[in-house]
Design a protein around this ligand. Structure first.
Ligand code: HEM
Ligand code: FES
Length: 779
């Protein structure tokens, strides 16, 4: 049956609802009418193909597909989050229904593919997921690392001296299959056949086989089904062997109603597909993308510590699962569009991953991107990919092997083709070439022994650094220098907002120090920071003053911003003490640009010792009030802030003494009025004798975890395979902010304002805890 004959009409009676009708009887736009996910445009780049939709019509009905298509990040996440309204039951349903002949062929193989996990409904799904998740936890995955390394090494050995290879055919198809089979506990024999069968399964489920192809596909799928059954029987003979399937067989004895026979047979087949093609395609997509950006590839080869974050960015930018499906169980609204009960939804994660509303400069490949792990390629919520950390492990090890052994490889001239389907996406071939005479291991065989630690779980921001060159060091007061830093690779730097800071790694001192950016955010060719020599410092500022000179390279992290500037406020009062002027300078410039009403109160030991003073006078004139101690001037904060005003924001940065005084004299101001930049907190210490254990319920994931008295919420989440971004881990940076749906929070961070704390609707999970016995979190 061709797709045209299955064409569905828009299920909404627009004429009755709005009186509006178009040529098709409903106001379906041209873009929606033409949308065809089997066409080359979608295959080559799903995010580019639906850019029009992201911009103009983020939820539309596709008459060719009979599905509602959702393309914006927030809308996709909302669909994933609400698993009761949007059921996953159609996730593996054939997107193009097969004809009678193919159905008869499938029946002749007793094909009875049933619910697995990914398409199972609650409450059965969660019960099963809970019973089967242990082998996917980071602790359990550690033991697979040597196997993954061995497989990657063996495949590269086969072609390293050839000078060219089709990486898909010669490695990327089979190696992840071998790894997947090991993980599942399947013997390695029958691999060649499994390969054919699993392609057929993709076409059968997500593709649009022509009528004449359908029968051949049905035979392959029928054979796949039967072979899966035979392998399962073999495994049942040795249920104590390692492997996820054997784990399931053992669990069946404990929970026969949860882990049924039908489930095990279906999962045997679905598990091979889930662990294999997604990862094969994922690695091929990542390598293709990196080699298309030779400067980025070079950077990764020069600094392989960036691999974990590069993996995450590649999964975001060019993931191997482009779209997924849900069915509406009741009337619902997505992105303001009415979706009638029974509608099918194609949610295009590849598009959400390029949504500018969530990812700044979304089309750019930025291997240091802060929030790359927010991507939707693994899905989200209760069905989120259980194998995501195995996939991350494989991608990291493979990239390490290639950057180490073939840093000089490049893409050969070629056209990339894809198996036409809505969901599983990766090039059929990936030809690369290199000069074997320059293989690094020929000159230095010792590189083969080098190994980087693998990061199980989402990458930590702690590890992501950026090399910068010191362009200029200018002494601006007796004890302050202004540093101008440019990117070592000459590329434009990431955007930043006033209030942002960077962390500088101070050479081999193992110290890292935070400095606010004080330059013009519009100038992305350089970052400027002012550094005061602090005699009390533990060495950070002394290192900057004594060691750094023009031409040196330093490593930075960030920029990050937890000193948020509210552009909608009516008026801003900026209060700075000494070097605390740096974030304030950037904010005040922004206020001036916006035409906001503002004033700056800047205190210091003496005019000659106050950084940036001259420039501030020139820029802000009478709005700047200067208090120089050596001239006997002192800011009277109590008088200045005597009368609270709605809509006024006070931003302050300076010595802790000044900040505490400010907190006292703004106690009668509205809760959100005062915003303070802190650069230090007391390092969090957990004294289990003073803490209590509590429970956290994760609403989106549908699970409940216990947080022990000696454990942070963050560590409990990571242990349960839940991705949460984190950086400082001490309540300073705001990276780990999580929404709280119910329960009282014992806030211990310095990020939230008083009003934000009192609202009890968000928390920093790295340090804050439950005040009572339970918290419900939106995770
Ligand atoms: C589910 C993607 C690798 C096992 C999923 C889902 C997606 C996905 C999109 C559905 C999520 C949802 O409905 O919210 C990927 C990608 C991978 C990958 C992009 C590689 C880059 C793996 C591996 C395994 C695996 C290596 C391991 C054996 C599973 C399982 C589920 C699943 C068991 C069902 C979870 C449930 O419904 O509770 N995956 N996957 N995946 N994946 Fe993966
Ligand atoms: Fe920085 Fe939690 S990780 S506030």
């Amino acid at each position: 049956m061709s797709l045209a004959s299955t064409t569905a009409r828009c299920p909404i009676d627009h004429a009755a609802l709005t009186g509006q009708t178009g040529p098709t009887g409903c106001p379906i736009s041209a873009g929606a009418a033409e949308f065809d996910p089997f066409a080359d445009g979608y295959q080559q780049s799903p995010p580019d193909y639906v850019r029009w939709s992201r911009e103009q019509e983020p939820v539309f009905f596709s008459p060719q597909l009979g599905y509602w298509v959702v393309t914006r990040y927030d809308d996709i996440k909302a669909v994933f989050r609400d698993h009761e309204t949007f059921s996953a039951s159609i996730a593996l349903e054939k997107i193009t229904p097969t004809g009678d002949e193919a159905n008869a062929v499938l029946a002749s193989y007793d094909y009875a593919m049933n619910r697995t996990l990914v398409n199972e409904e609650e409450p059965a799904h969660m019960a099963r997921r809970r019973v089967l998740i242990q082998p996917f936890t980071p602790e359990a995955l550690v033991e697979h690392e040597p196997m993954v390394r061995r497989v990657a090494r063996e495949y590269v050995d086969r072609f390293i001296n050839d000078g060219k290879a089709d990486l898909v055919d010669q490695m990327l198809w089979e190696a992840p299959l071998t790894i997947g089979l090991h993980f599942l506990g399947v013997p390695e024999e029958d691999m060649a056949q499994l390969r054919q069968y699993s392609i057929a399964h993709t076409v059968n489920t997500w593709g649009r086989p022509k009528p004449e192809e359908q029968v051949a596909v049905a035979h392959a799928v029928g054979n796949f089904w039967q072979l899966s059954g035979k392998i399962l029987e073999k495994m049942r003979q040795n249920p104590d062997e390692p492997g996820w399937m054997q784990y399931g067989i053992r669990k069946q004895k404990e929970y026969p109603e949860v882990v049924t026979d039908s489930y095990l047979h279906s999962m045997m087949m679905a598990g091979i597909v889930a662990s294999h093609e997604t990862t094969s395609n994922g690695i091929a997509n990542a390598l293709k993308l990196l080699l298309q950006h030779p400067a980025v590839w070079q950077e990764l080869c020069d600094d392989p510590s960036l691999i974990p974050s590069a993996v995450e960015e590649c999964i975001r930018h060019n993931g191997s699962v482009a779209a997924w499906r849900r069915i509406a169980m009741r009337d619902a609204t997505v992105g303001g569009v009415h979706i009638p009960a029974g509608s099918k939804l194609l949610i295009v994660m590849a598009s959400g991953n390029h949504d500018e509303r969530h990812f700044a400069d979304a089309d750019r490949l930025d291997i240091r991107r802060d929030n790359a792990s927010d991507h939707l390629t693994f899905g989200y919520g209760s069905h989120q990919c259980m194998g995501k950390n195995l996939a991350r492990l494989e991608l990291q090890v493979f990239l390490e092997e290639f950057t180490k052994r073939l840093p000089h490889m490049r893409l050969a001239e070629q056209r990339f083709d894809y198996v036409p389907n809505t969901s599983f996406r990766g090039p059929k071939h990936l030809w690369v070439e290199w000069d074997p005479a320059h293989n690094p291991e020929r000159a230095n065989p010792a590189i083969l022994q080098q190994q980087l630690p693998v990061r199980l779980g989402e990458p930590s921001k702690q590890t992501v650094t950026r090399p910068m060159v010191v362009e200029r060091v200018t002494r601006i007061t007796d004890d302050t220098v202004l540093l101008r830093l440019v990117a070592a690779n000459g590329q434009p730097l990431p955007k930043w907002q006033p209030g942002a800071h960077i962390d500088i790694e101070c050479g081999d001192t193992e110290l890292s120090r935070q400095y606010s950016l004080c330059s013009d955010p519009a100038d992305l060719s350089a970052y400027e920071i002012a550094v005061l020599r602090d005699p009390e410092s533990r060495g950070g500022s002394t290192w900057v003053h004594d060691q750094l000179k023009a031409g040196d390279t330093v490593r930075i992290r960030g920029p990050r911003n937890h000193f948020r500037f509210d552009e909608t406020a009516k008026r801003a009062i900026f209060i700075a003490g000494g070097i605390g002027i740096t974030p304030i300078a950037a904010m005040a410039r922004r206020a001036r640009l916006l035409g906001m009403d503002y004033e700056i109160h800047y205190s210091g030991r003496g005019r000659a010792l106050m950084p940036l003073l001259e420039a501030l006078v020139a820029e802000h004139g009478e709005r700047l009030h200067v208090y120089a101690k050596d001239e006997g001037q002192r800011a009277d904060l109590t008088a200045l802030l005597a009368t609270p005003h709605d809509g006024v924001r006070i931003y302050a940065c300076g010595p802790e003494r000044m900040l505490s005084a400010l907190e006292a004299c703004t106690a009668h101001w509205p809760d959100d009025a005062l915003r303070i930049e802190h650069f230090q907190t007391e390092p969090p210490t957990l004294d289990p004798s003073k803490e209590h254990a509590f429970e956290i319920e994760l609403k989106d994931s549908g699970i409940t975890l216990q947080v022990r008295a000696d454990q942070t919420i963050l560590s409990a989440l990571k242990g349960a395979n839940i991705d949460v971004q984190s950086d400082c881990c001490e309540g300073l940076c705001g990276s780990c902010e999580t929404r709280v749906l119910s329960g009282a929070v014992d806030h211990r961070d310095v990020v939230l304002t008083r009003g934000e704390r009192d609202a009890q609707d968000r928390m920093m999970v790295c340090c804050s805890r439950a005040a009572g016995d339970k918290l419900v979190l939106e995770l």
